[in-house]
Design a protein around this ligand. Sequence first.
Ligand code: F0G
Length: 464
Amino acid sequence: MNPLSTSAPRVRQVNFRFRCIGCGDLSDAASQDFRCSRCGDLLEITYPQWREDKPSAENLKSAWSQRRLSLSPVDLSGVWRFRDLLPALETAPDATRDDGQQVITLREGNTPLYELPQCAAITGVPRLFAKHQGTNPTGSFKDCGMTVAATFARHAGFRWVGCASTGNTSASMAAYAARGGMRSLVLVPEGKISWSKLSQALDYGAVTCQLRTDFDGCLRLLQELVRRAPVYQLNSINPFRLEGQKTLALELLEQLDWQPPDHIIVPGGNLGNSSAIGKALLEMRELGLIARLPKLSVIQAEGANALVRTLREAGGKRLVSVQAETRATAIRIGNPASWKKAAHVLEATGGACEQVSEVEIAQAKAEIGAEGIGCEPASAVTLAGLKKLVKQKFVKPEESVVLVLTGNLLKDPDFTIDFHRGDLFRGSADESAGARLNPLRRAPIVLDAALDAVMRVLEQAEKS
Ligand code: F0G
């Protein structure tokens, strides 16, 4: 196919329909920008047959646990193992590939649920857990959505996929495109994403454009581009992404033996992930997989607090966008696309929305690191936010809390090294506030290769 021809192939559905979150219009096909043809709002995927023929909760649970013994790629994927609640691929009568072979998978999902004893002591919430999405194949939660959306892109016959990104989406998209034999186009803000994430996109063979704008500018441009060229957009506006990301919540509940935690806390950027987790919780309750809803709370950086302001200043009725600025570059987003979906799931689950400062993020990140787990700065907003929610008595000490750690520590080594060297806040307005974190710093020590010198360091460390 000529990449510049505008006659793009379309995805056709089998067990699902698209529903507009604004006017409720149902459709069988989605346009290239995944917006409602009537009112322009975002689309979500819905499963109308659940109304007449609801899958049984007990059958689902037993199928999902049986598949854990299987060695087939779809069952080894922590996403496709839950395929009963995902859009099904349309199979032509003469198809030569079965469902398993059609799926592009890197064995995503299957992420651990860790206890956080030290952070539990710090926050005064003993039942504190981390669902670590940073152990996914490309190091972030994006892989769970990408396996589904990339699979549908290839199934629909697209040769090109594209995204705007603060880094993790592009790393993930590039990997899945490469595995699926597709080309990928990455638009990232120049100088505003970590080298680790950029290096992933390059290594996986993406055509990578560093645009002189911010994430919001990259996303705007991508939206225009997909109307002109048959490039399948893989941002979280694409509802197939959110279906895959739903499985985070399914896997979490399975790990908790279907006993819902009281709270799930997630970072908020473009607000796709919170929307996906919330959708999963509501669907699990509808299907009788859980009896009550955990409260889903979203935490943003103070400098990128569009949802916080949207809820506080506009009652969730219209988006208050901001000029985003934060060292947690993954969530440096001022105009979040899925704000309406996120506002809906916060309301439906009774969750909170809070913001945290740069110093609070750095402190929380160091505290999670000291548990031997580590995460990227955007993930650490969850612990920082929890401290605030405990202070406000929104979270009570006897309640159970799951923090969603969205990305791996190695995604942003510059942040970690700057923090431990004492450079993170140097010359910024946070310099004196940041100084109170000095006891958490572990700066590298440069020495001559002499035994005595190392012994002295050891003695000193023993005293501190
Ligand atoms: N945490 C990390 C590590 C992220 O990379 C992102 C988003 C988020 C949290 C926020 O999730 O957007 O669903 O609310 N990163 C996107 C990207 C925007 O391009 O990689 P969200």
